[in-house]
Design a protein around this ligand. Structure first.
Ligand code: UDP
Length: 386
């Protein structure tokens, strides 16, 4: 049986959609199989019953320093200028996160805050970012006490809720994503480009995939239609073109070596009959409450509605693979990386099978990193004339 496409892409999230578009622009006929009925992967957004645009799989704020990624995505959307700001709720006091010089004053008052600020600036320099694990190594008694305060009130309980482990037990790069920032800049990200697609992420994905040589089929379980033996077969027939797989690699192979560990999230959506719910787009509950954070979507999207607002509370728990559960965060550790490497070696037996993306690469990628990886990968395939 001849196939009607040159490349097969499993998954219509960011990795799959960016790759599809680059390959189609290069003249390839691209087929996408998506398990869900929707496009955009976890960036999918839609209006809820009250007409408020919500991010169904949690808040997505696009930010990057990568001009190539930004200009590629800008072909498919205009951007609402947006600077994300997050507060930690510490027993009712809301202080900027990343913890910064403003947070310092809110936590310790003017006089003590100023003294600590001097010590911090002398130790690390102005506008520097210092991870909590690094600050905890400081031997100056005042800074060590400060590190204890930040560890206890910003990182410890949040991290235990999010990961089921303490900050020092998880991959150090994870807590380093949210450093202590010796600045009064209270933005969550300092990247050069930052924004939310003006008409939403779903519209961005529809525009990106709107190409005569891209065919998207939804509701398709790829594992049911792929066979791995001497060759990679698609619907029973050998297929030699590139197959980009963006799902979880263990699931592609029936979890033959055991499951890769992930955290999943429950989102509790609530619509409130008032204009605003909270003063920040996101409030992190760093000491109290079972949820890690609450996001108010209108603050991200800029949508105007004086009568109601929708929020989502996020609760993290282990991913079990049960039907309907979504794997969100890989739990990176030497053991899970070793297990992943076994799946990666297995996948490498089929030279035209290419794992790609947050799930398939088993990496804690931001959106821009996935897009950069997909652009580089599709360019390489194109250059190889695949
Ligand atoms: N973190 C924390 N307290 C906070 C924010 C972050 O302890 O108020 C830690 C926590 O371990 C979290 C990690 O830093 O999982 C990365 O946070 P980020 O906001 O980057 O997570 P994401 O938005 O990707 O869920």
């Amino acid at each position: 049986m001849a196939h009607s496409f040159d490349c097969l892409i499993i998954g219509a999230g960011l990795a799959g959609a960016v790759s599809a578009r680059v390959l189609a622009d290069a003249g390839k006929r691209v087929q996408i199989w998506e398990r869900r009925s929707t496009l955009g992967g976890n960036a999918y957004d839609e209006p809820d019953a009250s007409g408020i645009l919500v991010h169904r799989y949690g808040p997505h704020i696009f930010h990057t320093d990568n001009a190539q990624v930004f200009s590629f995505l800008s072909r498919f959307t205009r951007w609402r200028d947006y600077q994300h700001r997050v507060a930690a709720d510490v027993y009712g006091t809301k202080m900027p996160v990343p913890f910064n010089l403003t947070s310092l004053e809110l936590a310790f008052g003017k006089a003590r805050g100023a003294a600590l600020e001097q010590s911090l600036l002398a130790a690390y320099g102005a506008e520097r970012k210092v991870s909590i694990l690094e600050l905890r190594q400081n031997e100056d008694p005042a800074l060590s006490a400060l590190a204890d305060y930040i560890y206890e009130n910003i990182f410890l309980h949040y991290t235990v809720k999010q990961w089921g482990q303490k900050p020092e037990e998880i991959d150090p790069a994870t807590t380093a994503r949210v450093p202590i920032f010796l600045s009064r800049d209270d933005r969550y990200f300092q990247d050069r480009y930052q924004g939310i697609p003006e008409d939403g992420y779903t519209a961005l994905f529809h525009n990106m995939l709107d190409h005569p040589d891209i065919v998207v089929e939804t509701g398709i379980e790829a594992a049911d239609r792929l066979t791995f033996d001497d060759a990679l077969r698609v619907d029973g027939a050998v297929f030699t073109g590139p197959v980009l797989y963006t799902g979880a690699l263990d699931e592609l192979f029936g979890c033959a070596y055991g499951r890769l560990p992930y955290r999943t999230l429950d989102f509790l959506f609530e619509t409130h009959r008032r204009e605003w719910y909270q003063p920040y787009a996101t409030v992190n509950y760093t000491v109290t409450e079972p949820w890690t954070r609450i996001t108010e979507f209108k603050r991200l999207t800029g949508q105007h509605n004086p009568n109601c607002t929708t929020i989502a509370k996020e609760i993290s728990r282990p991913y079990t693979g049960a039907a309907g559960e979504t794997p969100y965060y890989p739990i990176l550790s030497p053991e899970s990386n070793a297990l992943y490497a076994r799946y990666r070696n297995l996948a490498a037996r089929w030279r035209n099978l290419h794992p790609l993306g947050r799930l398939a690469d088993y990496r804690y990628y931001n959106m821009d990193a996935i897009a950069a990886r997909a652009l580089a990968f599709a360019d390489r395939l194109r250059a190889e004339g695949a």
